[in-house]
Design a protein around this ligand. Structure first.
Ligand SMILES: Cc1cc2nc3c(=O)[nH]c(=O)nc-3n(C[C@H](O)[C@H](O)[C@H](O)COP(=O)(O)OP(=O)(O)OC[C@H]3O[C@@H](n4cnc5c(N)ncnc54)[C@H](O)[C@@H]3O)c2cc1C
Length: 427
């Protein structure tokens, strides 16, 4: 019997019994202890997948998923809420599907991880022991990067970079804005969640403005000098919205150094900008839990073995999704999904005392510019010298000269992608 399995016999994975619900798919009899106990923290794009694929692959592993919220609201497609094309209800999912699979879903906020004791502590007072721990906490914001910005100010100047109440607030502010107003989007430096997101957001808001406030303007103040799918975005903005969207690169003065929320003034490197509505997307780092658990390095993100996603800092803890450093993979929901599967396979191998299998990773990000216009970027990745790198020739972006039918098909693919990936996560 391996050490891990022996420890599995000796420990109790959940020392409290406050499970949200749990009906194991394959009942382990009282006398049949699980072969191993895996705890997953974070029920988003990465965590749900790691939990589901571990539980599906080996029902004798006890999988516990700890998520702080009762439901999950998806960021992908949340820009369409700002564009007026959908509501948040269409992006909201619960965890009953995972419970039905036999995963113990706990609503709790993890406040501490003790790597030496293999123990996770919840705000509820619950303690969870693990043989292997997967952490997929998403992102946190670096409030010190822009003077005048804070978590409290973000209630008034919403970033809406986590779909939910702030998405609603921002939509209401756009609705209340007079025709002829100026909407500023402040785009963060790399790396950040969803590289095409700010530019899709500009397109979605332009879609709303062009129907309801056609004299208005959108200005993107960018910390960067280039962005994802740039040529496709700029051509599509022009095609659908004329000169409504203006992009100011970092070199042209787009870097924002300070904000006065009362006067809605942004202090840029060259000049000041006064907006009617401001969407300041803060600089980012790995989610708060990764910071308090000492899983992040000086970059603010979590270094991992990119073959398995095991933390380079703490053994038996795996970090996936936006929080980890995953070579050239972008911080996206699809990347988190792919990493969740690679990580689950590596954990299964470790439990069996086998080497981790050779991984392969994938990502596609769609952006919806207008109701019948989608564009995409895709990547396939492999491990080389311990780093995740592109497979040459296996990815790319939508053709620059695609016809209207192809653009309309890509918009449909975006919706199909969303149905597929959320079904993968929650059923
Ligand atoms: C506007 C926008 C559009 C996007 N569009 C796309 C797209 O089209 N395609 C795409 O692939 N990606 C897209 N993304 C990116 C995608 O949302 C993220 O990359 C993805 O959510 C990352 O998954 P994750 O598991 O790392 O984090 P999340 O999905 O954020 O999940 C983290 C979970 O952990 C929970 N949690 C955090 N801390 C704790 C704790 N201490 N205890 C318990 N639970 C905790 C949170 O409540 C959350 O449910 C978009 C993002 C934005 C903002």
């Amino acid at each position: 019997m391996s050490t891990l399995t022996r420890r599995g016999f000796l420990t109790t994975s959940i020392l409290s019994t406050a499970a949200v619900a749990s009906t194991p798919r394959i009942a382990l009899g009282a006398a049949t202890p699980p072969r191993a106990r895996v705890v997953v923290v974070g029920g988003g794009y990465g965590g749900t997948i790691a939990a589901k694929y571990l539980s599906m692959s080996d029902p004798s592993i006890r999988v516990t998923l700890i998520e702080k919220d009762p439901v999950y609201i998806s960021c992908p497609l949340s820009n369409e809420v700002l564009g007026g094309e959908r509501d948040l209800a269409s992006l909201t999912f619960d965890y009953r599907g995972l419970t039905r699979r036999g995963i113990a879903v706990m609503q709790d906020t993890v406040v501490e991880i003790d790597p030496a004791q293999h123990l996770v502590k919840g705000a509820s007072g619950n303690r969870y022991t693990y043989d292997k721990l997967v952490v997929s906490p998403g992102i946190a914001y670096d409030w010190d990067a822009i003077e005048g910005m804070s978590e409290a100010v973000a209630e008034q100047i919403p970033h809406a970079w986590k779909a939910g109440p702030q998405t609603r607030t921002l939509r209401k502010q756009l609705e209340a804005m007079d025709d002829g107003g100026v909407f500023y989007i402040v785009a963060p430096p790399n790396p950040f969640r969803c590289p095409p997101g700010p530019y899709e957001r500009a397109a979605q808001v332009a879609h709303y403005f062009s129907n309801h406030k056609p004299k208005s303007k959108i200005v993107i103040l960018d910390a960067k000098d280039a962005f994802s799918k740039q040529a496709l975005f700029q051509a599509a903005w022009q095609e659908h919205y004329g000169d409504m969207i203006e992009w100011v690169s970092g070199a042209q003065g787009g870097i924002v150094e300070a904000i006065d929320p009362e006067t809605r003034t942004l202090v840029g490197s060259f000049e000041e900008y006064q907006g009617d509505v401001i969407n300041l997307i803060p600089h980012q780092k790995a989610g708060a839990l990764a910071q308090v658990a000492g899983l992040a390095n000086e970059s603010g993100w979590c270094p991992v073995d990119q073959r398995t996603f095991e933390s380079s800092i703490h053994k038996d803890i795996y970090v996936i999704g936006d929080a980890c450093i995953a070579g050239v993979m972008p911080k996206s929901g699809y990347s988190a999904n792919s990493q969740g599967k690679v990580c689950a396979a590596a954990i299964l191998a470790a439990i069996d005392g086998e080497p981790a299998p050779a991984p392969s990773y994938v990502n596609t990000c769609y952006s919806i510019i207008a109701p019948e216009h989608g564009i995409s970027v895709a990547g396939v990745y492999r491990l080389e010298d311990g780093k995740i790198v592109d497979v040459p020739g296996a990815g790319g972006v939508s053709p620059a000269d695609a016809d209207a039918r192809t653009r309309a098909m890509e918009q449909q693919f975006a919706l199909d992608w969303f149905r597929n990936i959320t079904s993968d996560m929650f059923t």
